[in-house]
Design a protein around this ligand. Structure first.
Ligand code: GDP
Ligand code: MG
Length: 163
């Protein structure tokens, strides 16, 4: 069985964009697709000849953000149960929000290898902003741009090293 890596985080941080970047597919729908609630999407990724399965725990999220907090925590529980390694994604361009802190606390209690991908760092001149998210308590913090392929190799190096 291939190891499983889970992508967690609140809506709109770029989970599906990262999933698509890592799997090379468009199977996870990006952006504002209303009304579809399939809750997890699985794919496969490869890095220097090694393979792993990947799950986008956001699935195709409902468009009502008010519904979300309980849902992301439920998904995080599932990720903690089934994944070998977890990538939490935050939006590096937004303020640290309390759902991020609660989610981080939950994930940190789980004892699985954990990585914080600070997304939307579209140029290296923005990478310093990722440091702000160290407050979440993760040892492994990687600035990335899922959309522009920034930092993805560094993230994959770290994640595959944990598997
Ligand atoms: P999800 O709800 O966490 O799955 O987030 P999505 O992948 O659907 O992305 C939400 C929005 O953020 C979309 O408009 C994406 O185009 C945008 N986005 C995702 N990754 C990046 C990135 O690296 N840089 C920028 N600037 N925007 C991004
Ligand atoms: Mg999504």
């Amino acid at each position: 069985d291939l190891p499983l890596v889970a992508i967690c985080g609140r809506p709109n941080v770029g989970k599906s964009t990262l999933f698509n970047r890592l799997t090379g597919s468009r199977r996870s729908i990006v952006g504002d697709e209303p009304g579809i609630t399939r809750d997890r999407i699985y794919g496969q990724m490869e890095w220097f000849g090694r393979e792993a399965r990947l799950v986008d725990t956001g699935g195709v999220v409902p468009d009502d953000e008010a519904l979300i907090p309980s849902e992301i925590f439920r998904q995080a529980q599932v990720a903690l149960e089934e994944a070998d390694s977890i990538v939490m994604v935050v939006d590096g361009r937004s303020e640290l929000a309390s759902p991020d802190m609660e989610l981080a606390r939950l994930l940190l209690r789980g004892g699985k290898p954990l990585f914080l991908a600070v997304n939307k760092m579209d140029s290296e001149s923005m990478y310093w902003q990722a440091e702000n998210f160290r407050q979440l308590g993760f040892r492994n913090v990687v600035p990335i741009s899922a959309e522009h392929n920034g930092g993805i190799g560094d993230l994959l190096d770290e994640v595959f090293a944990s598997l």
